[in-house]
Design a protein around this ligand. Structure first.
Ligand code: XMP
Length: 516
């Protein structure tokens, strides 16, 4: 493994992903982790990430000095570079001049880091302080106009550092620099591949589960599908998947789970039709948080009931269900403190959170994976592209896209409009450019229109196509006008009651992706 020591910026996850893109496994550890604990993980290399602090700040996280005597090849980036320089006796100065954005670097190319790369290259900078004197024994191997010491290395001691951010795409040769460190300096082997991940997880699941029964709640989304498919491959005979149809799904979704998931994996699927129950509970409710609470509560009850039935059926066969599959991803694990326990799952990850009194042990085969890796594992397992590349869809479903109270009729209207938008965006080949495209029904708003010779008095829908990397921030997608025109024409022609289509051109922040 390669340890990415997190100094508190958002860069650590990006670095960990870039390392994995070099086919080397990486994990993020907090900068407060004692060195012995890091070494216990037997790292092949250590990378110190950037961070928001100045090395001069009193509360600045500092790498312990003995970290640099471990003999493990170490690469400092930005703040990690400065703290390495400072810890080893170099000087870091407040230059008063910060460098931000694309910067021209002059690199020395008869070096480990820049071997074979052009002397002049663009790098991405973001810093205030700068290294003004390298520690003894280091060779300065890169400079920019404002930072004469922008890269340094001491290959005999396995120590390397750069002031710029090799992990961001704006750094032209960043991935090559990282590769040089991993392959040449640390002798890492590129053996983190999808085939290996699948094999390893299948082994681990078998070891964890033994001959016990397992259940898996499918949401129709990517994560639960891939987690379920892995468990199916490992211990298929012992797995029951449960899909709760709460009536707030998009058109064709329940059928798709049957068709795409069951057909490919051969999993045992229990579909629970709970539409009436959810709609009854939601009647007359228009406050978004109330909707979420009600849906979460009902979901838990229905899932518990289904789980009891599975337990009862399995019990008759002499086995008890002990394990519950969860599609927890690595960012959830990192964000919740990186603990290995099962207590710190974010409730947002599941539909309304896990039932607390369900006494299952969790099986979490995606705990080490990023979203893009999950998608590739899904492809490796043979899940269809429509499922693997599906856009995120919120647990509370269409209920939070009907603005106003939810009822069956309103849901049907929205479902039709949503299906048209999805179909046309796919037809235009935009699925992978767009993160997701909520279609929102303004059910309490009426708008006047004209159709044929008659006046209409219908409702508007809002198209909300956004591009994003992680849903934390987003921008509205510049969908071509002709695609928007087709969507608008089709929706207003094919969905009676909708006589107006509008486009949301708000970024996040300040808007959120969903309207509720
Ligand atoms: P917002 O609207 O907060 O959405 O910008 C960010 C991402 O989260 C999804 N979302 C939810 N997912 N339960 C979920 O499982 C929810 O209550 C929920 N609310 C928003 C949203 O679709 C987007 O991907």
């Amino acid at each position: 493994t390669v340890l990415v020591v997190d100094f508190g910026a958002q860069y650590a996850q990006l670095i960990a992903r870039r390392v994995r893109e070099c086919h080397v496994f990486s994990e993020i550890v907090p900068s407060t982790m004692p060195v012995e604990e890091m070494l216990a993980k037997k790292p092949k290399a250590i990378i110190l990430s950037g961070g928001p602090a100045s090395v001069y700040a009193d509360d600045a996280p500092r790498p312990p000095a003995e970290l640099f005597d471990t003999g493990v090849p170490t690469f400092g980036i930005c703040y990690g570079f400065q703290s390495m320089a400072q810890a080893l006796g170099g000087t870091v100065a407040h230059t008063g001049r910060s460098e931000f954005g694309r910067t021209q670097l002059r690199a020395t190319t008869d070096t480990v880091l820049f071997n074979g790369l052009p002397e002049d290259q663009l790098v991405w900078m973001s810093h205030g302080d700068a290294v003004s004197q390298p520690p003894d024994g280091f060779r300065v191997v890169g400079a920019t106009e404002s930072s004469p010491i922008a890269a340094m290395e001491a290959p005999d001691r396995g120590l390397f550092g750069v002031q710029f951010h090799p992990e961001v795409l704006h750094t032209e040769h960043g991935q090559a620099v990282l590769r040089h460190f991993l392959y040449e300096a640390a002798h890492c082997r590129p053996n983190w591949t999808m085939v290996n991940i699948v094999d390893e997880q299948v082994e681990r699941i078998r070891a964890q589960v033994g001959s016990k029964q397992v259940i898996c709640g499918l949401s129709g989304g990517v994560d639960s599908a891939v987690a379920g498919a892995l468990v199916q491959r490992a211990v298929g005979e012992q797995l029951t998947c449960v899909f709760v149809d709460h009536g707030l799904l998009r058109k064709g979704e329940a059928e798709q789970v049957e068709k795409d998931f069951v057909a490919v994996t051969g999993a045992d699927l229990k579909v629970v039709d709970a539409q009436d129950r959810f709609l009854a509970a939601l009647e007359g409710v228009s406050d978004p948080e109330d909707k979420r609470k009600i849906i979460g509560r009902e979901f838990i009850r229905v899932f518990e009931q289904a789980a009891r039935e599975v337990v009862a059926e399995a019990g008759a066969a002499g086995e008890e269900v002990e394990f519950l599959v969860q599609g927890t991803l690595y960012p959830d694990v990192v964000e919740s403190g990186g603990g290995t326990g099962t207590a710190n799952i974010k409730s947002h990850h599941n539909v309304g959170g896990l039932p607390e009194d369900l006494r299952f042990t969790l099986v979490e085969p995606l705990r080490e994976l990023f979203k893009d890796e999950v998608r590739r594992v899904g492809e490796e397992l043979g899940l269809p592209a429509e499922m693997v590349w599906r856009h995120p869809f919120p647990g509370p479903g269409l209920a939070i896209r009907v603005i106003g109270a939810v009822d069956r009729h309103r849901l049907d209207v929205l479902r039709e409009a949503d299906a048209i938008a999805r179909e046309e965006l796919s037809r235009a080949g935009l699925d992978r450019d767009i993160w997701q495209c909520p279609v929102v029904l303004l059910a309490d708003v009426h708008s006047v229109g004209v159709q044929g010779d008659g006046r209409t008095y219908g409702h508007p829908v809002v198209l909300r196509p956004v591009s994003s990397e992680d849903a934390m921030t987003a921008d509205w997608s510049r969908v071509p006008y002709d695609v928007l025109a087709t969507i608008s024409n089709r929706i207003t022609n094919e969905v009676r009651e909708i006589n107006r289509v509008t486009l949301d051109v708000t970024s996040k922040p300040p808007g959120t992706i969903e309207w509720e």
